[in-house]
Design a binder for this molecule. Structure first.
Ligand code: ATP
Ligand code: MG
Length: 240
């Protein structure tokens, strides 16, 4: 693969005494959506946290946009162009929706055209622009956390389970917003347990098990091969 935006080579991450990542090798191509799939507890969130720098890898390397960022702190990786949406929502609950969005645009004022796009994708954020984020519904908080990473252009979006716990109608809203982002040519590494969403958005796939990547390939290949889905993840995509 030529010049991926992100490359993980032999990444090992420990949490306390546990060896969680056990040699992760992964390439994220530019301008594509790469899905990171796998059963619960296999290390998907740990991988994203290691990429953004919330966990420091014990061994291995992280190359981002051609530079070695393995030893850099989170702030430097964000400055270099990574955006991260954590599994448990990265919002400031005691600030308003507007304040959350203004803080998310680190390089200056919010871009008006981007904000219009975000309001189009998530009308609730326009409605509750002046409200405290802590008072939003669970789904609206999730929209705000995605909207915050969309507040300015990033070289790579790391997004952990954006549809988790959302009602079906809101899953579609979220999925459309991510598709918009994809259509703008964004490079995205996405953890997503909803296979309908994963299949609709994903270009390529990396499947994790037990702290390692056990399969990589095209989403089209995985989507049509139920036996492979069973083998890699212990369930077929149809069951979700
Ligand atoms: N802060 C922590 N302290 C101790 N163990 C942790 C911590 N965070 C994660 N782990 C362990 O690391 C392993 C991988 O967790 P991780 O959150 O990366 O999995 P995941 O693939 O994202 O799972 P899920 O699909 O449930 O979100 C699990 O066994 C988990 O218990
Ligand atoms: Mg997780």
């Amino acid at each position: 693969m030529s010049d991926p935006i992100l490359r993980l080579s032999g990444l090992y991450t420990d949490i306390a005494q546990y060896h969680i990542l056990q040699g992760v090798d992964l390439e994220v191509p530019r301008g594509q959506v790469t899905m990171l799939l796998g059963r619960n507890g296999v290390g998907k969130t740990t991988t994203l946290r290691s990429i953004i720098g919330h966990w420091q890898a014990r061994a291995g390397s992280i190359t981002f946009d051609g530079a070695d960022v393995t030893a850099l702190p989170v702030a430097s990786r964000v400055k270099a162009g990574m955006g991260y949406v954590p599994e448990d929502m990265g919002i400031f609950t005691d600030l308003t929706v507007e304040e959350n969005m203004r803080l998310a645009a680190r390089s200056g004022p919010l871009d008006a055209a981007r904000l219009e796009w975000i309001f189009g994708a998530f009308p609730a954020l326009k409605t509750f622009w002046g409200a405290e984020a802590g008072n939003l519904s669970g789904g609206q908080k999730q929209m705000l956390s995605i909207a915050r990473v969309m507040a300015e252009e990033r070289k790579l979006y790391l997004i952990d389970e954006p549809t988790k716990g959302l009602a079906p109608a809101i899953v579609s809203t979220m999925s459309r917003a991510l598709r918009d982002l994809k259509e703008q040519g964004a490079s995205i590494l996405l953890v997503e347990q909803n296979f309908a969403v994963a299949r609709a958005l994903g270009d390529s796939v990396a499947v994790m098990d037990d702290g390692k990547i056990i399969w990589t390939g095209e989403m089209a290949e995985l989507a049509e091969n139920k036996a492979l889905q069973e083998q890699l993840m212990g369930l077929s995509m149809e069951v979700h």
